[in-house]
Design a protein around this ligand. Structure first.
Ligand code: AMP
Length: 287
């Protein structure tokens, strides 16, 4: 019998919903309750372990799970020697050093001698040491941004996505330590049967991430416009071109376009003579 593998997945917080959505889009069928820690996947030999985002690295490092989804910032912070199999393109944020608006500090070197509050003490200490700047790190689990107001610290290092929380708390960013996003992780040394299952899962999840950045575009066009249209949408290798059954002067063209480019590409296609243009989402994509 095939050995069932385990994947540690965030059970709350910012990465919970997008991680569950990713697993479902990859075709995994499971029921999620608020209480169950361990949930079997019905159609794959996989068990999902719903744990705190910050515990995912430990679960994988300890061999409890062969795969995990967590933030790159947390992997860096734990210092666990694990492999990042795939970047998942959500949960994007940056670890940023900031000071109160009134502070005279404008650059990193001026952090010398400051008390820096952070929930990422290890990453912060390593960063400033590498920069040759002596700081005292103050480890806090939350509410890092209020530490300067309470005179617990002179500066902070905290996660930022839009930057509005820092602004509201009267803080000014000075430098970025790390760019983070959700990642799929596993130990380096999984091989054999388990390794094959881990690779399979990685392929399926990576295919969803790749697909989200693309759209499938179909259209009809005059055969004479094919060259112009091929230049607008090159596709992976080249677009697929099919002659229409009852109109030899027209072709159907299928191609894959970057999701970000769709709005600039469509008017150009129309101008080139394309009609009946359809834009479809792609479920999974393996290039
Ligand atoms: P949680 O504390 O469970 O909501 O998850 C925190 C994780 O979400 C962090 O470790 C990051 O990987 C990710 N994240 C993405 N954007 C942000 C943000 N603006 N603030 C904090 N965490 C973020």
């Amino acid at each position: 019998m095939t050995r069932r593998i385990r994947m540690a997945v965030p059970n709350k917080g910012r990465l919970k919903e997008p991680s569950t959505a990713l697993l479902r889009q990859a075709g995994l069928v499971f029921e999620q309750t608020d209480r169950a820690l361990s949930v079997p996947v019905r159609n794959v030999d996989l068990e999902l372990l719903f744990v705190r985002t910050e515990d995912v690295c430990e679960m994988v490092a300890d061999g409890v799970a062969e795969l995990g989804i967590t933030g790159l910032d947390l992997l860096t912070e734990t210092g666990a020697d694990l492999e990042v199999i795939s970047e998942l393109n959500y949960g994007r944020c940056r670890l940023t050093a900031a000071v109160p608006n009134a502070s005279p500090v404008r650059e990193l070197a001026e952090f010398d001698g400051l008390r820096v509050a952070t929930s990422h003490p290890r990453t912060t200490a390593a960063f400033f040491e590498k920069e040759g700047v002596a700081v005292t790190t103050i480890a806090l689990r939350g509410s890092v941004e209020v530490a300067p107001k309470l005179d617990v610290a002179d500066a902070i290092v905290d996660l930022v996505s839009s930057g509005s929380t820092m602004k509201v708390n009267g803080l000014r960013p000075v430098a970025n330590l790390l760019e983070s996003q959700a990642v799929l992780i596993s130990p380096h040394d999984v091989n054999g049967e388990v390794g094959a299952l881990v690779a399979q899962m990685a392929t399926m999840l990576t295919a969803v991430v790749a697909a989200r950045r693309k759209r499938y575009v179909l259209m009809n066009a005059p055969a004479a416009a094919l060259d112009v249209i091929e230049n607008i949408i090159p596709g992976f290798d080249a677009p697929s071109v099919v002659t229409l059954a009852h109109d030899p002067d027209k072709v159907a063209i299928h191609s894959v376009v970057d999701a970000n480019d769709v709005w600039t590409v469509l008017p150009k296609l129309k101008e080139a003579g394309a009609s009946g243009i359809l834009v479809l989402p792609i479920q999974q994509l393996i290039a």
